[in-house]
Design a protein around this ligand. Structure first.
Ligand code: SIN
Ligand code: CO
Length: 385
Protein backbone atom coordinates (compact mmCIF):
# COMPACT_ATOMS: atom_id res chain seq x y z
CA UNK A 1 0.00 0.00 0.00
CA UNK A 2 1.42 3.34 -0.93
CA UNK A 3 -0.68 5.52 1.30
CA UNK A 4 -0.10 6.63 4.86
CA UNK A 5 -2.75 7.01 7.50
CA UNK A 6 -4.50 4.36 9.60
CA UNK A 7 -2.83 1.04 9.06
CA UNK A 8 0.25 2.49 7.34
CA UNK A 9 3.51 0.73 8.08
CA UNK A 10 5.63 3.45 9.61
CA UNK A 11 8.58 1.04 9.95
CA UNK A 12 8.79 0.04 6.30
CA UNK A 13 11.98 1.24 4.61
CA UNK A 14 11.11 3.83 1.97
CA UNK A 15 13.08 4.66 -1.17
CA UNK A 16 11.61 8.15 -0.73
CA UNK A 17 13.67 8.55 2.44
CA UNK A 18 16.82 6.79 1.22
CA UNK A 19 15.86 3.48 2.83
CA UNK A 20 14.89 4.99 6.18
CA UNK A 21 11.40 4.33 7.49
CA UNK A 22 9.02 7.22 8.14
CA UNK A 23 9.52 6.67 11.87
CA UNK A 24 13.30 6.77 11.59
CA UNK A 25 13.25 9.85 9.35
CA UNK A 26 11.12 11.71 11.88
CA UNK A 27 13.45 10.69 14.72
CA UNK A 28 16.72 11.48 12.96
CA UNK A 29 16.05 14.26 10.49
CA UNK A 30 12.74 16.05 10.95
CA UNK A 31 13.52 19.53 12.38
CA UNK A 32 17.06 18.31 13.11
CA UNK A 33 19.23 17.84 10.05
CA UNK A 34 19.04 17.75 6.26
CA UNK A 35 18.72 14.57 4.24
CA UNK A 36 19.78 14.16 0.63
CA UNK A 37 18.17 11.21 -1.15
CA UNK A 38 19.28 10.11 -4.60
CA UNK A 39 16.50 8.45 -6.58
CA UNK A 40 13.81 9.17 -3.98
CA UNK A 41 11.16 9.11 -6.71
CA UNK A 42 12.69 7.35 -9.69
CA UNK A 43 10.99 8.29 -12.95
CA UNK A 44 9.14 11.22 -11.41
CA UNK A 45 7.38 13.36 -13.98
CA UNK A 46 6.96 17.12 -13.61
CA UNK A 47 3.39 17.72 -12.37
CA UNK A 48 2.84 20.22 -15.18
CA UNK A 49 4.57 21.59 -18.25
CA UNK A 50 6.48 24.84 -18.52
CA UNK A 51 3.77 26.29 -20.78
CA UNK A 52 0.97 25.29 -18.38
CA UNK A 53 2.89 26.72 -15.41
CA UNK A 54 3.38 30.04 -17.21
CA UNK A 55 -0.32 30.05 -18.05
CA UNK A 56 -1.25 29.38 -14.43
CA UNK A 57 0.90 32.32 -13.33
CA UNK A 58 -1.40 34.59 -15.38
CA UNK A 59 -4.33 33.59 -13.18
CA UNK A 60 -5.55 36.02 -10.46
CA UNK A 61 -6.23 33.16 -8.07
CA UNK A 62 -2.65 31.94 -8.16
CA UNK A 63 0.19 33.31 -6.06
CA UNK A 64 3.32 33.63 -8.15
CA UNK A 65 6.68 35.39 -8.03
CA UNK A 66 9.30 36.17 -10.62
CA UNK A 67 12.93 36.48 -9.52
CA UNK A 68 15.62 37.73 -11.84
CA UNK A 69 19.29 38.36 -11.40
CA UNK A 70 21.30 40.34 -13.91
CA UNK A 71 23.85 43.14 -14.04
CA UNK A 72 21.30 45.38 -12.22
CA UNK A 73 21.21 42.95 -9.30
CA UNK A 74 18.27 41.03 -7.84
CA UNK A 75 14.73 41.83 -8.88
CA UNK A 76 11.45 40.45 -7.52
CA UNK A 77 7.98 40.87 -9.01
CA UNK A 78 4.69 39.44 -7.86
CA UNK A 79 2.09 37.90 -10.19
CA UNK A 80 -0.24 37.52 -11.90
CA UNK A 81 1.95 37.65 -15.02
CA UNK A 82 0.72 37.87 -18.58
CA UNK A 83 2.91 35.58 -20.70
CA UNK A 84 4.54 38.58 -22.36
CA UNK A 85 5.51 39.90 -18.90
CA UNK A 86 7.78 36.90 -18.39
CA UNK A 87 11.27 36.90 -19.91
CA UNK A 88 12.06 34.54 -22.76
CA UNK A 89 12.69 31.01 -21.53
CA UNK A 90 16.13 30.95 -23.14
CA UNK A 91 17.23 34.06 -21.28
CA UNK A 92 19.40 32.87 -18.36
CA UNK A 93 19.14 33.81 -14.69
CA UNK A 94 15.44 33.95 -13.89
CA UNK A 95 12.91 31.84 -12.10
CA UNK A 96 9.14 31.70 -11.74
CA UNK A 97 7.73 30.36 -8.46
CA UNK A 98 4.09 29.25 -8.28
CA UNK A 99 2.52 28.49 -4.89
CA UNK A 100 -0.29 26.02 -4.27
CA UNK A 101 0.12 23.98 -7.45
CA UNK A 102 -1.62 21.11 -5.61
CA UNK A 103 -4.84 23.16 -5.74
CA UNK A 104 -4.76 23.23 -9.51
CA UNK A 105 -3.02 20.10 -10.70
CA UNK A 106 -4.05 16.61 -9.60
CA UNK A 107 -0.51 15.45 -10.43
CA UNK A 108 0.88 17.98 -7.94
CA UNK A 109 -1.59 16.84 -5.29
CA UNK A 110 -0.43 13.27 -5.92
CA UNK A 111 3.16 14.33 -5.15
CA UNK A 112 2.04 15.25 -1.62
CA UNK A 113 0.74 11.74 -0.92
CA UNK A 114 4.04 10.05 -0.06
CA UNK A 115 4.67 12.69 2.63
CA UNK A 116 1.54 11.83 4.58
CA UNK A 117 3.57 10.50 7.48
CA UNK A 118 3.82 14.14 8.58
CA UNK A 119 0.65 15.46 10.28
CA UNK A 120 -1.60 17.22 7.77
CA UNK A 121 -1.96 20.10 10.23
CA UNK A 122 1.62 21.02 9.30
CA UNK A 123 1.23 20.81 5.53
CA UNK A 124 1.26 24.04 3.61
CA UNK A 125 1.38 23.42 -0.11
CA UNK A 126 3.37 22.34 -3.13
CA UNK A 127 5.26 25.15 -4.77
CA UNK A 128 6.67 24.56 -8.23
CA UNK A 129 9.51 26.63 -9.57
CA UNK A 130 10.74 26.76 -13.11
CA UNK A 131 14.15 28.29 -13.72
CA UNK A 132 16.16 29.13 -16.77
CA UNK A 133 19.86 28.28 -16.74
CA UNK A 134 21.52 29.87 -13.71
CA UNK A 135 18.17 30.88 -12.17
CA UNK A 136 17.52 30.79 -8.44
CA UNK A 137 16.38 32.90 -5.52
CA UNK A 138 19.79 33.35 -3.91
CA UNK A 139 21.12 32.03 -0.60
CA UNK A 140 18.40 32.26 2.06
CA UNK A 141 16.63 30.61 4.99
CA UNK A 142 13.07 29.38 5.22
CA UNK A 143 10.98 29.23 8.37
CA UNK A 144 9.33 25.96 7.41
CA UNK A 145 10.38 22.36 6.78
CA UNK A 146 10.73 21.65 3.12
CA UNK A 147 11.27 18.67 0.83
CA UNK A 148 12.87 19.92 -2.38
CA UNK A 149 12.09 17.42 -5.10
CA UNK A 150 13.84 17.79 -8.43
CA UNK A 151 11.21 17.01 -11.05
CA UNK A 152 12.91 18.10 -14.27
CA UNK A 153 16.43 19.06 -15.31
CA UNK A 154 19.22 19.63 -12.82
CA UNK A 155 19.81 22.07 -9.99
CA UNK A 156 22.93 22.57 -7.92
CA UNK A 157 22.09 22.91 -4.23
CA UNK A 158 24.47 24.15 -1.57
CA UNK A 159 23.45 24.19 2.06
CA UNK A 160 24.72 24.40 5.60
CA UNK A 161 23.89 25.49 9.11
CA UNK A 162 23.15 29.22 9.22
CA UNK A 163 25.70 30.69 11.61
CA UNK A 164 24.95 34.26 10.60
CA UNK A 165 21.31 35.00 9.80
CA UNK A 166 21.71 38.60 8.67
CA UNK A 167 20.31 39.49 5.26
CA UNK A 168 21.83 41.88 2.73
CA UNK A 169 20.26 45.30 3.21
CA UNK A 170 18.28 47.09 0.53
CA UNK A 171 17.31 44.08 -1.58
CA UNK A 172 13.78 43.06 -2.58
CA UNK A 173 14.60 39.47 -1.51
CA UNK A 174 15.99 38.09 1.73
CA UNK A 175 19.48 37.14 0.63
CA UNK A 176 21.97 36.03 3.28
CA UNK A 177 24.89 38.37 3.75
CA UNK A 178 27.27 35.55 4.65
CA UNK A 179 26.46 32.18 3.15
CA UNK A 180 28.83 29.42 4.19
CA UNK A 181 27.55 26.16 2.74
CA UNK A 182 29.13 22.94 3.94
CA UNK A 183 27.35 20.60 1.53
CA UNK A 184 26.82 20.62 -2.18
CA UNK A 185 25.01 18.35 -4.63
CA UNK A 186 23.75 18.43 -8.19
CA UNK A 187 20.19 17.11 -8.01
CA UNK A 188 18.78 15.12 -10.90
CA UNK A 189 15.11 14.31 -11.53
CA UNK A 190 13.81 12.11 -8.70
CA UNK A 191 16.41 13.33 -6.17
CA UNK A 192 15.15 14.88 -2.95
CA UNK A 193 16.64 17.23 -0.38
CA UNK A 194 14.94 17.68 2.99
CA UNK A 195 15.85 20.86 4.88
CA UNK A 196 14.68 21.78 8.38
CA UNK A 197 13.71 25.40 9.07
CA UNK A 198 16.58 27.83 9.41
CA UNK A 199 19.17 25.98 7.30
CA UNK A 200 20.90 28.23 4.81
CA UNK A 201 20.52 27.05 1.22
CA UNK A 202 20.78 28.06 -2.38
CA UNK A 203 19.67 26.25 -5.53
CA UNK A 204 21.00 27.29 -8.92
CA UNK A 205 19.53 25.79 -12.09
CA UNK A 206 22.07 23.91 -14.21
CA UNK A 207 20.22 24.37 -17.48
CA UNK A 208 16.46 24.84 -17.45
CA UNK A 209 14.84 22.93 -14.59
CA UNK A 210 11.82 22.46 -12.35
CA UNK A 211 11.83 21.91 -8.59
CA UNK A 212 8.84 21.07 -6.40
CA UNK A 213 8.92 22.32 -2.80
CA UNK A 214 6.67 20.38 -0.45
CA UNK A 215 6.43 22.83 2.41
CA UNK A 216 5.32 22.29 6.00
CA UNK A 217 4.33 25.46 7.81
CA UNK A 218 5.38 26.06 11.37
CA UNK A 219 3.19 28.64 13.10
CA UNK A 220 4.81 31.23 15.32
CA UNK A 221 3.69 31.46 18.93
CA UNK A 222 2.60 35.07 18.44
CA UNK A 223 0.74 34.28 15.22
CA UNK A 224 -1.15 31.41 16.81
CA UNK A 225 -1.96 33.48 19.90
CA UNK A 226 -3.42 36.28 17.77
CA UNK A 227 -5.45 33.87 15.66
CA UNK A 228 -6.78 31.78 18.54
CA UNK A 229 -7.52 34.66 20.92
CA UNK A 230 -9.60 36.30 18.19
CA UNK A 231 -11.56 33.11 17.65
CA UNK A 232 -12.02 32.57 21.40
CA UNK A 233 -13.32 36.11 21.73
CA UNK A 234 -15.80 35.59 18.90
CA UNK A 235 -17.10 32.49 20.66
CA UNK A 236 -17.33 34.07 24.14
CA UNK A 237 -20.87 35.58 23.99
CA UNK A 238 -22.32 32.33 22.63
CA UNK A 239 -20.55 30.46 25.42
CA UNK A 240 -22.43 32.57 28.00
CA UNK A 241 -19.66 35.07 28.75
CA UNK A 242 -21.73 38.14 27.90
CA UNK A 243 -21.71 39.31 31.54
CA UNK A 244 -21.58 43.10 31.95
CA UNK A 245 -18.94 44.74 34.16
CA UNK A 246 -20.52 46.23 37.28
CA UNK A 247 -18.89 48.52 39.85
CA UNK A 248 -21.41 49.39 42.58
CA UNK A 249 -18.52 49.71 45.06
CA UNK A 250 -16.62 52.27 42.98
CA UNK A 251 -15.69 55.23 45.22
CA UNK A 252 -15.51 58.84 44.02
CA UNK A 253 -12.13 59.40 42.35
CA UNK A 254 -9.78 62.39 42.53
CA UNK A 255 -7.72 60.73 39.75
CA UNK A 256 -10.31 60.05 37.02
CA UNK A 257 -7.56 59.09 34.56
CA UNK A 258 -6.47 56.14 36.67
CA UNK A 259 -7.61 52.67 35.60
CA UNK A 260 -9.91 51.13 38.21
CA UNK A 261 -8.21 48.01 39.62
CA UNK A 262 -11.60 46.24 39.69
CA UNK A 263 -11.90 46.75 35.93
CA UNK A 264 -8.40 45.35 35.45
CA UNK A 265 -9.34 42.31 37.53
CA UNK A 266 -12.58 41.87 35.54
CA UNK A 267 -10.59 41.98 32.29
CA UNK A 268 -8.08 39.42 33.51
CA UNK A 269 -10.87 37.14 34.64
CA UNK A 270 -12.67 37.54 31.30
CA UNK A 271 -9.61 36.42 29.36
CA UNK A 272 -8.84 33.58 31.76
CA UNK A 273 -12.42 32.31 31.53
CA UNK A 274 -12.28 32.24 27.76
CA UNK A 275 -9.02 30.27 27.94
CA UNK A 276 -10.30 27.93 30.65
CA UNK A 277 -13.40 26.73 28.84
CA UNK A 278 -12.76 22.99 28.48
CA UNK A 279 -11.65 22.08 24.98
CA UNK A 280 -11.94 25.68 23.77
CA UNK A 281 -8.35 26.02 22.56
CA UNK A 282 -8.35 22.63 20.87
CA UNK A 283 -11.59 23.57 19.12
CA UNK A 284 -10.42 26.90 17.72
CA UNK A 285 -7.02 25.44 16.83
CA UNK A 286 -8.65 22.72 14.72
CA UNK A 287 -10.93 25.26 13.08
CA UNK A 288 -8.04 27.62 12.37
CA UNK A 289 -5.69 24.99 10.94
CA UNK A 290 -8.37 23.44 8.75
CA UNK A 291 -9.20 26.82 7.22
CA UNK A 292 -8.65 26.54 3.46
CA UNK A 293 -6.15 28.86 1.79
CA UNK A 294 -7.33 32.39 1.03
CA UNK A 295 -7.39 31.74 -2.71
CA UNK A 296 -9.26 28.45 -2.54
CA UNK A 297 -12.79 28.27 -3.94
CA UNK A 298 -15.13 25.26 -4.00
CA UNK A 299 -17.68 24.56 -6.64
CA UNK A 300 -21.02 23.89 -4.99
CA UNK A 301 -23.58 21.71 -6.78
CA UNK A 302 -26.71 19.82 -5.79
CA UNK A 303 -27.47 16.27 -6.79
CA UNK A 304 -24.16 14.63 -5.93
CA UNK A 305 -24.35 11.31 -4.16
CA UNK A 306 -22.08 9.86 -1.49
CA UNK A 307 -23.24 6.28 -2.24
CA UNK A 308 -20.25 5.29 -4.34
CA UNK A 309 -17.77 6.75 -1.87
CA UNK A 310 -16.33 10.23 -1.42
CA UNK A 311 -12.95 11.92 -1.47
CA UNK A 312 -11.69 15.29 -0.34
CA UNK A 313 -11.98 17.91 -3.07
CA UNK A 314 -8.84 19.83 -3.97
CA UNK A 315 -8.23 22.53 -1.39
CA UNK A 316 -10.26 20.85 1.37
CA UNK A 317 -8.43 20.56 4.67
CA UNK A 318 -9.75 17.93 7.05
CA UNK A 319 -8.33 17.25 10.51
CA UNK A 320 -9.59 15.73 13.74
CA UNK A 321 -8.87 15.31 17.42
CA UNK A 322 -10.40 13.13 20.14
CA UNK A 323 -13.73 14.96 20.17
CA UNK A 324 -14.12 16.83 16.89
CA UNK A 325 -13.61 16.61 13.18
CA UNK A 326 -12.61 19.81 11.44
CA UNK A 327 -13.17 20.54 7.81
CA UNK A 328 -12.51 23.82 6.02
CA UNK A 329 -12.66 25.91 9.20
CA UNK A 330 -15.75 24.28 10.70
CA UNK A 331 -16.08 21.69 13.45
CA UNK A 332 -18.39 18.84 14.36
CA UNK A 333 -18.50 16.68 17.42
CA UNK A 334 -18.08 13.05 16.43
CA UNK A 335 -17.97 9.87 18.43
CA UNK A 336 -18.22 6.10 17.98
CA UNK A 337 -18.43 4.61 14.52
CA UNK A 338 -19.02 7.95 12.79
CA UNK A 339 -15.83 9.37 14.28
CA UNK A 340 -13.92 6.33 13.03
CA UNK A 341 -15.26 6.75 9.50
CA UNK A 342 -14.75 10.51 9.36
CA UNK A 343 -11.22 10.10 10.69
CA UNK A 344 -10.55 7.58 7.96
CA UNK A 345 -11.73 10.13 5.42
CA UNK A 346 -9.33 12.71 6.90
CA UNK A 347 -6.36 10.30 7.03
CA UNK A 348 -6.78 8.73 3.61
CA UNK A 349 -8.51 11.60 1.80
CA UNK A 350 -11.24 9.14 0.77
CA UNK A 351 -14.00 6.90 2.09
CA UNK A 352 -15.27 3.98 0.02
CA UNK A 353 -18.89 2.99 -0.56
CA UNK A 354 -18.85 0.50 2.33
CA UNK A 355 -17.55 3.20 4.66
CA UNK A 356 -20.28 5.60 3.61
CA UNK A 357 -22.90 2.88 4.04
CA UNK A 358 -21.70 2.33 7.62
CA UNK A 359 -22.24 5.96 8.65
CA UNK A 360 -25.23 7.04 10.77
CA UNK A 361 -28.03 9.05 9.20
CA UNK A 362 -26.57 12.26 10.71
CA UNK A 363 -23.10 11.57 9.36
CA UNK A 364 -24.56 10.73 5.93
CA UNK A 365 -26.37 14.07 5.98
CA UNK A 366 -23.07 15.78 6.75
CA UNK A 367 -21.32 14.01 3.88
CA UNK A 368 -24.16 15.07 1.59
CA UNK A 369 -23.83 18.69 2.75
CA UNK A 370 -20.08 18.64 2.21
CA UNK A 371 -20.57 17.15 -1.25
CA UNK A 372 -23.11 19.84 -2.12
CA UNK A 373 -20.70 22.52 -0.88
CA UNK A 374 -17.98 21.13 -3.14
CA UNK A 375 -15.77 20.22 -0.16
CA UNK A 376 -16.00 16.54 -1.13
CA UNK A 377 -16.34 14.94 -4.49
CA UNK A 378 -17.74 11.63 -5.63
CA UNK A 379 -14.99 9.08 -5.49
CA UNK A 380 -13.44 8.08 -8.78
CA UNK A 381 -13.80 4.31 -9.23
CA UNK A 382 -10.67 2.37 -8.40
CA UNK A 383 -9.06 4.96 -6.10
CA UNK A 384 -7.52 3.51 -2.94
CA UNK A 385 -9.44 4.35 0.23
C1 SIN B 1 13.24 27.33 -5.77
O1 SIN B 1 12.55 26.34 -6.02
O2 SIN B 1 13.80 27.95 -6.65
C2 SIN B 1 13.44 27.83 -4.38
C3 SIN B 1 13.04 26.88 -3.35
C4 SIN B 1 13.71 27.24 -2.03
O3 SIN B 1 14.88 27.48 -1.97
O4 SIN B 1 13.04 27.27 -1.00
CO1 CO C 1 14.25 27.95 0.37
Amino acid sequence: MNFMGNGADLDAPLALLGGASARRFMQRHWQKKPLLVRGAMPGVQPPTTRAALFELAANDDVESRLVMQDERGWRLRRGPFARRALPAARRPGWTLLVQGLDLHEPAAQALLRPFRFVPAARLDDLMLSWASDGGGVGPHLDSYDVFLLQVQGRRRWRWGRARDTRFKPGLPLKILEHFEPTEEALLEPGDLLYLPPGWAHEGVAAGECMTASIGFRAPTRAGLAAELLGRLADAAPAAGDGALYRDPAQAASAEPGRMPPALQAFARDAVERALRRPGAIELVLGEALSEPGARVGFDAAEGRSACGGVELARGTRMLYDDTHVFINGESWRAGGRDAKLLRRLADRFALDAAGVAGASREARALLDDWLAAGWLQERAAGDPA
